[in-house]
Design a protein around this ligand. Sequence first.
Ligand code: SF4
Ligand code: FES
Length: 247
Amino acid sequence: MKLKVWRQAGPDDAGRFETHELEGVSPQMSLLELLDVLNDQIAAAGGEPIAFESDCREGICGACGVTVDGMPHGPVPNTPSCRQHLRAFGEVSALTIEPLRSAAFPVVRDLVVDRSALDELVEAGGFVSLMAGTAPDADALPVTHEAAEEALDFAACIGCGACVAACPNGAAHLYAGAKLAHLALLPQPALERGRRAVEMTNALDEQFGPCSTYGECAQICPAGIPLTTIAVVSRERARAKRRKRDD
Ligand code: SF4
Ligand code: FES
């Protein structure tokens, strides 16, 4: 296997591709296991291992995103980098691996990018600040089973940022829409719905590009957040403005 991997010493370094030949690659290996083997080889030769992020390695934490042959996360659709296995890539003998590419995600080192712009969206309003007391009995909550299930579907977003990297505009509407929809569906978070919509959509405009509904975001989203979720951003923004006007 021939691997072309992006190397960048730090945010101010121009960066470059480095090419490696790797022996003993198994089709059962995941992309991250491939990088582990490559790092062992580099370290054994006295070199500096490639920096990349991972935590759960089972599609939960969202830490692992890299770009493989131009595709955020890799060639298998709706699958995070840690769950991309070589057996699903077909007959490949060469791969190009680089960081998630977006103006909102500056490279920290090698394949590691700074995704704190996504955290700033959540800090702007994607939380519940009401004193809710201790956890009530589950069947005492005034929420239907359907609403709870739908909210959980939106809460499945793992915050990987691949939607932003896949978007030609660098928009984060799929991510922001998932947060807004999740919290709008549940009774206590919905009490802060208007403030949340204003703060989050303002932060969205400041940090990310505009949405042109290209749809690449939903094509790669490992949590299966549907493209219709981007409409939630405009809906919540318009709702907040209308209610403020009516007040
Ligand atoms: S919406 Fe999907 S692609 Fe975007 S951050 Fe969430 S899980 Fe990742
Ligand atoms: S390492 Fe957690 S989602 Fe990939």
